[in-house]
Design a protein around this ligand. Structure first.
Ligand SMILES: [Cu+2]
Length: 133
């Protein structure tokens, strides 16, 4: 038998569980409906300006337009300030950003995407072995 003192805790636990399930569901849906392809040039990637192109499409292979995308480039070691860039939609569903990769080595590029409907997506792109000039 549940004592009266314990029942508020049970209620809180149930509420948290529901929130968790709903959040998890949204996440799965929003990332499965948008396909993101990326391309980075020049190849091989070198220290300096790199152009990143992202193509967003929906389940019907139609371009996803009107998204706003920001990029954050970090290296795997500590003590460096991140490189930020904002992507521009250069044609329907194609977004391009220029990142300044200031050091040779392994970079991790976080892509923050907000769709026109307000949904947020995140992708992580590993850019390994950026070469010294
Ligand atoms: Cu570095």
């Amino acid at each position: 038998m549940i004592s009266p003192a314990a029942s508020p805790l049970v209620t809180v636990a149930a509420a948290l569980f529901v929130t968790f399930v709903v959040t998890g569901c949204n996440k799965t849906e929003s990332s499965s409906v948008v396909t993101i392809e990326h391309q980075i040039t020049p190849q091989p990637v070198r220290v300096g300006l790199a152009t990143l192109t992202l193509s967003l499409s929906d389940v019907n292979r139609q371009p996803v337009t009107g998204a706003s995308i920001t990029l954050e480039g970090n290296m795997s070691h500590a003590g460096m300030s991140p490189a930020f860039a904002e992507a521009k939609e250069i044609e329907q569903g194609r977004y391009q950003a220029i990142l300044n990769l200031t050091m040779a080595g392994d970079w991790i590029i976080l892509t923050h995407i907000t769709l026109s409907g307000g949904q947020k997506l995140e992708r992580q792109l590993d850019v390994k072995g950026v070469r010294a000039n």
